[in-house]
Design a protein around this ligand. Structure first.
Ligand SMILES: [Zn+2]
Length: 389
């Protein structure tokens, strides 16, 4: 049994911080966590983590692309591998491949390719983030709030179409973004519940009553809070006010400094508590790939000045990485502790999705670990106990 220890680093665990500890990893899992340094023993690889802090690997529940590749144009599994490798290099160790609103044919194809990647598990791309499932974003969303989703393909729930997709994904669709107020919303929520799919509300024009109704019917989160939903208004609060105040909903936030002002992220952190906020990237092909022209689910996108926009200036996904999201929130909110940062970048996502072996550094958990220096620069990344950076 190949063993590895990472010694001499600060370790952030759900029970608290171990200032100078040793992590022992075997067979892709964390075997033990101990205070103090490890001593060399034969047959064990020892890595020195001096001056570094170990956090659980980042989990990204909403990501469209990276490294020049997009989930929707992933006709070859090489494109998906490129996305997984690119984001692993920025500390993401597990993610949900997220589709875009498109024709039935294109979504079917993307789902088929992504399903193969998810089914192969860690073997699909050992040096990349693990594809933990599919997040279907659209097409059953509100035509009033498409954001950068191609509006011509936005449609109401179609039982036959969705049934076909459920067959294609054979259990790998783990999460969906829907507008619950649209015709068929109640049936769609029920179909998702039956299939064990986590329902997130987004690209929605729901009133507060409609949002409450969807939470009562089993929805458990809001997709990129504030973006593509009615803005807060003191006389017409709308879905956003419910997402902020109802404990049944967790909220995704794109913390790139372009999608949401830091003051509004602060409002979310204070309303939901740190445990209720999930940082996501909503990254598109330009993430980790530089400025230029890209495609996002059929729309032409220009990347520059740290953002991705359509021709009319609409934000079109982000070029954010999880480690940059972590640096941003730490800079805006110095009060956040290491444990808070771990919850925001992995722990909350794992709890939301029911992934018991992810999002925490604990004996028995998967050895998905990132090591950061004090400036929050990524120094080492481990996926299933393998160092990939
Ligand atoms: Zn979106």
């Amino acid at each position: 049994m190949p063993m590895l220890t990472i010694t001499n680093s600060q370790i952030v665990t759900p029970q608290g911080i171990i200032e100078e500890g040793t992590l022992t990893i075997a067979d892709g899992r964390i075997l033990s966590i101990e205070a103090g340094r490890s001593h060399n023993s034969p047959g064990i690889d020892v890595l020195d983590g001096k001056g570094l802090t170990a956090l659980p690997g980042f989990l990204d529940l909403h990501i469209h692309g990276g490294g020049g590749s997009d989930t929707m144009d992933a006709f070859a599994s090489d494109a998906l591998k490129n996305i997984l490798r690119t984001h692993a290099n920025f500390g993401t160790t597990g993610l949900l491949l997220t589709t875009m609103t498109q024709s039935q044919e294109l979504i079917s194809h993307a789902l088929a390719v992504a399903t193969q990647a998810v089914k192969q598990g860690k073997e699909f791309c050992p040096e990349g983030a693990q594809a933990l499932g599919i997040h279907l974003e659209g097409p059953y969303i509100s035509p009033k709030r498409p954001g950068a989703q191609p509006a011509e393909y936005v449609r109401d729930y179609d039982e036959d179409e969705f049934g076909r997709w459920l067959e294609i994904v054979s259990g790998t669709m783990k999460r969906i973004t829907i507008a619950p107020e649209r015709p068929g919303g109640t049936e769609l929520l029920a179909a998702c519940r039956n299939a064990g799919i986590v329902v997130s509300l987004g690209h929605t024009d729901a009133t507060s009553a409609e949002a409450l109704d969807a939470l009562a019917k089993g929805a458990t989160s809001a997709t990129h809070l504030y973006n593509a939903m009615p803005p807060l208004h003191h006389r017409t609060p709308g879905a956003t006010a419910i997402f902020l105040t109802d404990n049944r909903a967790m909220v995704e936030i794109i913390a790139d400094g372009h999608h949401v002002a830091p003051e509004m992220i602060d409002l979310a952190l204070r309303s939901k508590g740190v445990e209720g906020v999930i940082l996501i990237t909503d990254a598109m092909a330009g993430a980790g790939s530089g400025d230029g022209q890209y495609d996002l689910g059929g729309n032409a996108v220009t990347v520059g000045d740290g953002k991705a926009v359509l021709a009319d200036g609409t934000l079109a996904g982000s070029i954010l990485t999880m480690v940059q999201a972590l640096r941003n929130v730490r800079a805006w909110f110095p009060r956040l502790s290491w444990n808070d940062l771990a919850l925001l970048t992995s722990g909350n996502a794992a709890r939301h999705m029911g992934w018991e072996n992810k999002g925490r550094i604990a004996p028995g958990a998967d050895a998905d670990i990132v090591l950061l220096d004090n400036n929050l620069n990524l120094q080492q990344v481990y996926i299933a106990g393998q160092r990939i950076r």
